[in-house]
Design a protein around this ligand. Structure first.
Ligand SMILES: [Zn+2]
Ligand SMILES: [Zn+2]
Length: 138
């Protein structure tokens, strides 16, 4: 009777130990999975988008633009030439398109925009048109 009791006790104990380890394994795995999911949701964040070819710009990629000094401090005329994806050479499958008239912008063309300098918030760029649709008002 006594030896039986000890045997059962040992069995229950081993079962508990196995269960404990199994539980730890499962919780560890789900933790890992959760971490992987978090990583997956956070890819390299695109800083901005090219208004001409609408490719996402990441890292050090920047839009090529020129800002002209005007008399007024709040608005400045600026031209947007493109981004590394569409200027000076277009990448495969990329189109230089005007967001206003939806026409193709030639390689030597550019977008005409007004830059609003705001003290309280970020600078705002308003695209007026491209060299194709904004010829008259130059
Ligand atoms: Zn571009
Ligand atoms: Zn246009």
């Amino acid at each position: 009777m006594d030896s039986d009791f000890i045997l059962i006790f040992i069995l229950v104990l081993t079962a508990l130990v196995i269960l404990f380890f199994a539980f730890q394994l499962v919780s560890n795995r789900s933790k890992k999975k959760r971490e992987e999911k978090l990583k997956f949701v956070r890819p390299e964040k695109a800083i901005s988008k090219c208004p001409i070819c609408s490719s996402d710009l990441v890292g050090k990629e920047k839009i090529f633009s020129k800002v002209f000094n005007t008399e007024s401090r709040t608005t400045q005329r600026c031209t947007i030439i493109g981004c590394p994806h569409c200027f000076p050479h277009m990448e495969m499958g990329i189109r230089r398109k005007c967001p206003v008239c939806k026409k193709n912008i030639p390689q030597e063309g550019y977008l005409i925009a007004h830059l609003f300098n705001r003290k309280d918030s970020k600078n705002h760029v308003h695209i007026v048109g491209c060299t194709e649709c904004h010829k008259k008002n130059k």
